[in-house]
Structure formats: C-alpha cells, structure tokens
Design a protein around this ligand. Structure first.
Ligand code: ADP
Ligand code: MG
Length: 552
C-alpha cells in the first residue's frame, strides 16, 4: 500500500483500495492518479489492455466529486454495454461509503429506468455513445456543467463505429471540463480527435513491457532438475482449464519436453527456430483456437505470438534476463482475466529468482508442488461436475436410457455406477500414473515413493519362466536392485511386474538392445476402456482434459 499512499489519496480512498485487494498501483495508475489529483489540463493515456486504466481514472474521480450535487459531474463513454457495466462496477466498488450515484446508459436497455435515474439526479453517467446522444437529443441528459469527460477504450470505440458519435458528444459537453482519453493503441483518427477536442493535454504512455503484473499470480516451485517434469504434469492435471505456454531454454529442451508430455498422453506441441513456417502457423492456429492447450517454446520462437489470454505461463527454465521474464509472463493475466505464472527453480537458482523479483518489483511467492492425492481429488471433482452436466442435459435421443433400465434391473444402482466409473476412469485416477518428487523438507529431502509403473514383458510360462527366474532376468539385464521389482505375475505367454517410475524407462531400454532383446512396455491396464483418456488409442480427442481448481 505504500505506493498508493504516495499518490496523495485520502484515508477513505486508501481503505477502499485495500478492501478491493490492490496492493500497489499499476504503472498507468501511478502516472495518471497524481496528475488528475492536481488541477490541470487534459490527459491522454495509452496502455495496453489489463493495465488497470479504469481505476486510474475512477480513483481520482471518486476523490474529486461531491455526492448529490443534483447535476451530472462526470460522463464516462465506453464502447459496449459490457464495458460500461464493468466501469460502473469498478467505480462503485472503489467508492466505499462515499455515496456517489452512478448510472449506466446503453442501447438495447429500456429508456424507463435510465430516464428515471437521470431525473432523480446522478453524479456519474457511464454510457455508450449512441445512447448518450439519444438522451442529449431528447433533452433528458445535460452535459453543460460536467467537470469530467472520460473516453474509455477509445480505439475500441473507433472499431465499433463511434467516431462521429464521440465527436458530437465532445462538441456538446461543457467546454470547461477536463477531458481524459484512455486507449490501448493510438490510431490516427483518435490522435486527431484528441488534438481537436482536448486542451493542454498531457500524454502518458506506458511501454509494453511495463504491463502490470497485478493480475498475474506469480509463484515459484523449488524442484530439482529431474523433478521438473513430474511437477509440471501435476500442475497441468490439477487445473480445470490449463491453457498455457511453457518456456524452455533450447530447441533440444523443447523437443524433449514435448516428447515426454506426449508419452504421458498430454496433447502438446513445440515451437522453436527449426519448426518450418507452415507448421508453425498450423500449430499457432490450433493453439489460438484452444484445440491445442499446451505449447512449449523457446523465447525466440514465442516472440510475436499474439496470444495473451493464457491461463498459465510456465518458466520450465528461468529466462536469461528480466525482460524475457516480463515478456513471458505478460502473456497471461490480460484483459481483466487472472493468470498464473509459474517458475521452476532449482535450489541453486534461488538468488537469480530474488533478483528477478526485486527488479520487476513484483511478488513471486513460493508454493508447493501439488500432492498426488490432491491432484486425484480435483480430477474426481471435475469428473463429478461433468457428470452433473451430462445428467442435466439428459439423454434426448434416448440412446442410453433403455440400456440403463436393463442394467438397473440387473444390479444394485451403487454397484452399477461404481463399475461404470471404474471402467471410465480407473486409469485416469490411478495414483501410480504419477512419478515421485523429492519434496524439500526441513532436515533434508523426503522421498515421495508413490510412483510405480506396471510393465508388460513378452515372456511367460511357455518360455520356461517363473517369478524367480523373471526377476533374475530383469535384474541381470537392466542392473536394477531386485527389491524394486514387485507384484510379479507370470502368465502363459507374457508377464507383468511393477517397478518404480524412475526405473521403468531404463528397464525398457535395456531389453530393447543388447543380447536379451525382448518386448517390454508400459502396461495400459486391461480395464481401460477403448478410447478412454489413457488408453493410447489413436482418437483425435483431447487425451487429457485438464483438472480442477487448485490450491497450490
Ligand atoms: P484496462 O482498462 O487497462 O484494460 P482494467 O481497468 O479493466 O484494465 O483492469 C483490469 C483488472 O485489473 C481489473 O480486474 C482491475 O480490478 C484490476 N486492477 C486494476 N488495478 C489494479 C491494481 N493496482 N492491483 C490489482 N489489480 C488491479
Ligand atoms: Mg479498460
């Protein structure tokens, strides 16, 4: 709050800001608020979407206005109904006990309530240009004594075809007002309008890289290099809607991470300098359309990607410099949406992180990698919600109802539902899909020993195998401690064993080369439904839907 205090705001305002949860002003707020608090000329402020422009004018406006003078003191023009409502809500939520009356007027809404509001007297009108002009023409709105005229989202107004309407309003409002214009970009037509209708104006431009990180929850995980992948999988799985860009340092890192994600049945693509232009465009189109929700990239390859409504940006590796960090994380938390930026650091990178934190003047808080149990729990919650939705929609075509009736006659409902859940989700909800992570704890590392994998081995009793000889074979071929080989099951033509996640790859590899060549692969499980998320079928559906809301 220190920085807000320095802007010369009153106690009540600071309290309202604090109650709203703002802790420090965004750059555009830091520039606009003090200027507006002082008497002076007009202001043209250019800063991209999501940088807090609304509060930049709302805060000083609330400070300056006197409730209930009986006259409209400020008019805010917004391009759409939604934006007008958003502005009004932001003003109201920052007003605290100061009872300013705010009225929204926009097209499509009945005139009645608007007329009544205007008759009763309001302090601030937030409206779309078309409807404001209607009221001016009807004589139901009077702008001859306003003190402030604010044009919000000016470039968007232009896109909506409101250029002339805006000029008309500017021409008809009190000439002694103060005019403020906010825009993400400055098209020539807007610049012209500003020249024509604004006086003695001060330009405030917030450079792209100074975007506020206010909407970005920045967190970091301290993990060993070898645990990063497992941590990433859990993060993706615990999110309801993961839509993220994952940054790696090199091309090779990108390729490797994509390969590992695909192995874990995530749908992911990589972008780096060696990806051909045509391919790049295909990938980006799919990513933009959210058909692809996990994109791995290098800094260079991600440059120029104009997608910024991501739920997550993940720094799988720390960027080389502060600019890259700001640039990377700025792809989330835009346009009023909250975003999460996650940075993985190895224990030795802690100082580097603190440096970034200080330089960017942001808070990067430490979080723990979600626990497997928690991931499973959120997945279950997600499945339950999906089932709720399906039940609500009903079986319109009656494709399943008859079948269901037959099954219900045959079994207890509880057993039946349990069986269906098992068939659909057993594999997806298996804790053993997750690997282990060394969780740093006081007094050293605690080893989370959960993750194991079931391996299929193409030898069986017909080959003269028994459990003892199979374990011996695995031990000698892949050099793993036989205590790590469990649940050995030798069948007629093949066998199964369980080994720790970390050993599985090396067992598979050792059997795929050398003198003991044998097919060994990860078992998909006999109970997996065809085409279900982990069955490895070649369907085109997203193999993994992201999971539920987390608390890291
Ligand atoms: P813009 O108009 O620049 O696109 P908004 O004014 O709509 O951005 O603000 C985007 C979001 O950021 C809103 O949800 C707003 O409440 C929030 N916000 C604004 N200023 C701050 C701040 N200083 N700290 C935290 N959140 C803020
Ligand atoms: Mg805005």
């Amino acid at each position: 709050m220190e920085k807000f205090k320095e802007l010369g705001l009153s106690e009540f305002m600071l309290a309202a800001i604090e109650a709203k949860g703002f802790t420090e002003p965004s750059p555009v707020q830091a520039a606009v608020i003090p200027t507006l608090m002082n008497d002076g000329g007009d202001i043209i402020a250019q800063a991209q979407t999501g940088t807090g422009k609304t509060a930049a004018f709302a805060i000083p406006l609330i400070e300056k206005l006197t409730p209930r003078t009986g006259k409209i003191q400020a008019l805010v023009l917004a391009p759409t109904r939604e934006l007008a409502l958003q502005v009004a809500t932001e003003i109201e939520s920052l007003s605290g006990d100061k009872k300013l009356r705010v009225l929204t007027v926009y097209g499509g809404q009945a005139y009645g309530p608007q007329l009544k509001g205007l008759r009763d007297g309001v302090d601030i009108v937030v409206g779309t240009p078309g409807r404001v002009i209607d009221h001016l023409d009807r004589g139901s709105m009077e702008l001859s004594s306003i003190s402030y005229l604010i044009i919000d989202e000016a470039d968007e107004m232009l896109n909506m075809g409101f250029a002339e309407a805006m000029e008309q309003i500017l021409a008809r409002a009190n000439p002694d007002r103060r005019t403020l214009l906010f825009s993400a970009t400055m098209p020539p037509r807007i610049a012209d309008m500003a020249r024509k209708f604004m006086k003695n104006s001060q330009h405030i431009t917030v450079k792209k890289r100074d975007i506020t990180t206010a909407l970005i929850d920045q967190i970091y995980f301290e993990v060993k290099e070898k645990d990063k992948f497992e941590a990433l999988c859990r993060i993706i799985d615990i999110e309801k809607q993961f839509y993220g860009l994952i940054f790696c340092r090199t091309k090779a890192d990108v390729d490797q991470l994509v390969r590992k994600l695909l192995e874990r049945n995530f749908v992911a693509e990589g972008l780096h300098g060696d990806v051909a232009q045509a391919q790049r465009e295909i990938i980006l189109d799919r990513f933009k359309a959210q058909k692809l929700t996990i994109l791995v990239a290098t800094d260079v390859a991600a440059r120029g990607i104009d997608i910024n409504n991501l739920s997550h940006v993940i720094n799988y590796a720390l960027p080389n410099d502060i600019d890259s960090y700001v640039h990377r994380i700025g792809r989330t938390g835009r346009a009023g949406n909250k975003g999460t930026a996650i940075t993985f650091i190895t224990p030795s990178e802690y100082r580097k992180l603190i440096f970034i934190q200080n330089k960017t003047r942001s808070e990067i808080r430490k979080a723990e990698v979600p626990d497997v149990k928690e991931v499973i729990k959120t997945k279950k919650a997600r499945i339950t919600e999906e089932i709720d939705a399906i039940v609500c929609m009903g079986d319109e075509e009656g494709r399943f109802t008859k079948w269901a009736e037959k099954l219900i006659e045959k079994y207890e409902a509880r057993d039946l539902v349990a069986a269906l859940l098992k068939q659909s989700f057993e594999e997806e909800l298996d804790e053993q899909n997750y690997g282990e992570i060394n969780v740093p704890e006081r007094g050293g590392y605690r080893v989370d020993t959960r993750g194991t994998t079931r391996l299929f081995i193409a030898v069986g009793r017909v080959d003269g195998m028994n459990p003892r000889s199979l374990v011996d074979l695995i031990r000698t071929t892949s050099n793993i401690d036989d205590r790590l080989i469990n649940d050995v099951k030798v069948l007629e033509k093949f066998s199964f064993v369980t080994v720790p996640f970390t050993e599985a790859e090396s067992v598979i590899r050792s059997f795929s080369s050398g003198k003991q060549r044998l097919l060994v692969k990860k078992d998909r499980g006999p109970n997996t439904a065809p085409g279900s998320p982990r069955s490895g079928g070649f369907d085109d559906r997203p193999k993994r839907q992201a999971s539920y809301k987390k608390k890291y």
